[in-house]
Design a protein around this ligand. Structure first.
Ligand code: ADP
Length: 648
């Protein structure tokens, strides 16, 4: 059942009144700033608009003459001449209107284009935290809804205002020339238009703002719950009803708000229409008095009354529209305000003036007493972390979940900046590097691999656009995914689906490894997936990783024992400190923290992995799997193979 609506005449709360946008000089100048590149076109628009406003009044004046000099004077020739003249003027003023529309639209679209591209570039510069914290759908709404909303302000509001002011001036002059009494009578109704506009304008703005917020909310719900991972969560937790109700709630709010907005607008038009229709009636009445009831003969001709009524029609409409423009303008002002708020967000991670990269890039990384917190007054996740990775070395980070391992590696590509202390790459503070140059030399394989909804080829070319198919396949071979791709019907041209859903977790990871191999950076940051992969995938990844990590400087958040064993040094992270560092054999003897970690993470993990592997072996004892396990054996991972041995 449709929810009841409270009607359009709800009183405004103080808070709502206070939040109505105020037109300040700064805001006005800033909006005008967007018009600057189009000032020549805009000037032409003004000229054309005024010209067509002036021409527009001519047919009305000619109508009066048709009545007096043609019809009433009985002069057919004059009548025909006036008809032709009136028709030609109408054609010309309409042609001018078309020209004006073209100019207008191209200015408006130009401004929208400038704003959208400026905003996109601005979003790209925001710190990572912004994307982590902003609601899904919000950025899209900002970029589409808000920006498109201002289009009406630019194309309709601005030029309509000029056109209407022009029309009103020309018409009022013409009206007074017709007959001053009729003119004054017609003008007396104008104030009645202004009152309803004042009342409805503010109300419509408040409703518009509320509904914009609701649209944001609805977009967020849609984006989150109908995404491929969102819907999965909804299904698996049986929350369809809850999410449906949430969406229904927002939609019914929108339903009410839209009706209220429509009614607020409609009530405004109702007043307008009543007065618009009343005007001509009043002129007939006053005209009638002047013609029929005044002493000393008629004070006005029929033609003058006809012309005055026609001209009055031309005045009321622009006044009407002008008032409406103010409603739209108030609304677009709110959109402008929000767009400017977005554009005023100061990007916190930017290039320093004169930032340069070192001449030789070797991939040496040094953390110097690094402190870090996500929020200035929030808890310190890293509290004085120092270590030094030489080029080509692999450091494994271990520690309990939430210890700050992912945070630690995310500081290298400057997803966040340190709070205190410094991180140096090749002897230079990261903050003194040009951001793009720094990131060019870093390969980051995150737990949650992102792939574009495109072909495998397109996803790989992202790292190296000029790479040949041979190069792509070579990288895939090194990442252990080449066989898989070759078996696909479409090979490299296979579409991976949204975020790569058509691929398994292991395949996605190997593809993202291939992407990093193609990028060929000096430093590799790897956040190993905690989710256990099947043993074949795992061994493939291991196979791909080992040589890669050997060549490059690597910081690895390690969840696999093999990574830990292969690393040059293990850093044990606890409560924001490095509590121990060394090789596995040393640490297991010397560090209680490492031993506890090892016992809880790996012993337990191993049990799980063992039973998983056993299950896999039981289910499909494929050759590939057996050979993969044999490979691991050859790599010396005896502990991991215990179950394999015992199974056979
Ligand atoms: P680990 O990788 O060791 O599991 P993380 O580095 O992911 O740990 O997290 C360390 C701490 O920082 C946790 O308490 C986590 O809640 C917090 N944290 C992680 N990411 C953010 C973020 N973007 N904003 C605020 N806090 C965060």
């Amino acid at each position: 059942m449709a929810p009841p609506h409270p009607g359009p005449y709800r009183g405004l709360t103080d808070e709502e009144k206070a939040s109505a946008p105020k037109f300040t000089k700064e805001l006005g100048l800033r909006i005008l700033g967007y018009l600057k590149p189009y000032k020549v076109k805009f000037f032409i628009v003004i000229v054309v608009v005024l010209l067509s406003a002036a021409l527009g009044v001519v047919p009305s004046l000619l109508t009066g003459r048709m009545v007096d000099d043609g019809l009433l004077a009985g002069n057919f020739e004059v009548l025909v001449q006036l008809i032709i003249a009136s028709f030609l003027v109408t054609v010309v003023s309409n042609a001018l209107g078309l020209f004006e529309t073209w100019l207008n639209t191209s200015i408006a679209q130009g401004i929208i284009y400038d704003m959208k591209t400026e905003m996109y570039a601005h979003f790209q510069k925001q710190p990572y935290q912004y994307f982590v914290e902003s609601r899904q759908g919000e950025i899209v709404t900002r970029m589409t809804g808000d920006v498109n909303g201002v289009q009406s302000a630019v194309s309709t509001t601005m030029t309509n205002s000029i056109k209407n002011v022009g029309t009103i001036i020309v018409s009022v002059v013409a009206l007074f020339q017709c007959n001053w009494v009729l003119a004054l009578t017609g003008m007396a109704l104008v104030p009645f238009f202004i009152l309803p506009t004042r009342v409805t304008g503010k109300r419509r703005w408040v409703i518009a703002r509320e509904s914009q917020e609701k649209y944001d909310e609805a977009n967020t719900i849609l984006g989150e719950t109908l995404s491929e991972s969102g819907i999965l969560l909804v299904w698996l937790f049986g929350k369809q009803k809850k999410e449906y109700d949430r969406f229904k709630g927002v939609s019914s709010d929108l339903y009410r708000l839209n009706i209220r907005e429509m009614l607020a607008g409609r009530s405004f038009f109702m007043f307008m229409n009543i007065f618009t229709n009343f005007g001509p009636l009043l002129l007939y009445l006053v005209g009638g008095i002047l013609m029929l009831r005044m002493e000393g003969g008629p004070q006005v001709t029929v033609g003058e009354i006809t012309a005055a009524i026609a001209i009055l029609g031309r005045i009321y409409r622009p006044v009407n529209e002008l008032m409406n423009v103010s409603v739209d303008f108030t609304r677009s002002l709110a959109l402008f305000e929000r767009i400017f708020q977005t554009l005023d967000m100061v990007p916190s991670i930017v290039d320093k003036e004169g930032a340069t990269a070192p001449d030789v890039i070797r991939g040496e990384i040094e953390y110097k007493d690094v402190h870090f917190a996500y929020k200035k007054d929030g808890p310190e996740i890293l509290q004085g972390v120092s270590f030094h990775v030489q080029p080509g070395e692999t450091y494994a980070l271990v520690g309990a979940s939430g210890a700050g391992k992912s945070t630690l590696i995310s500081l290298v590509p400057r997803l966040y900046d340190v709070l205190d202390g410094a991180i140096h790459m090749d002897g230079k503070d990261l903050r003194d590097w040009p951001l793009q140059e720094l990131r060019k030399h870093i390969g980051f394989v995150t737990q949650d691999t992102f792939l574009f909804n495109d072909t495998i080829r397109a996803n790989l070319l992202y790292a190296k656009p000029e790479a040949s198919d041979e190069e792509l396949m070579d990288a895939c071979r090194r990442a252990g995914i080449a066989d898989f791709i070759e078996e696909l019907n479409d090979g490299l041209d296979t579409f991976v689906g949204n975020r790569g859903v058509r691929l398994s977790g292991g395949e996605k990871q190997r593809l993202s490894l291939a992407r990093v191999i193609l990028k060929d950076p000096e430093v590799i940051l790897l956040d190993e997936a905690t989710a256990s992969l099947d043993s074949v995938s795992e061994s493939h990844i291991q196979e791909a990783l080992a040589p890669l990590l050997k060549e490059k400087t690597s910081l690895v958040v390690a969840h696999r024992l093999s990574t830990i064993l292969d690393s040059d040094r293990i850093l044990v992270l606890k409560d924001g400190h490095i509590v121990a560092s060394g090789k596995h054999a040393e640490l297991i003897e010397s560090s209680e923290d490492y031993k506890t970690f090892y016992d809880t993470q790996f012993k337990a993990g191993q049990d799980e992995a063992q039973s998983k592997r056993r299950r896999a072996l039981r289910e499909q004892r494929t050759e590939a799997e057996v050979s993969a396990l044999a490979w691991r054996r050859s790599q010396g991972h005896w502990q991991e193979l215990g179950d394999f041995e015992s199974y056979y």
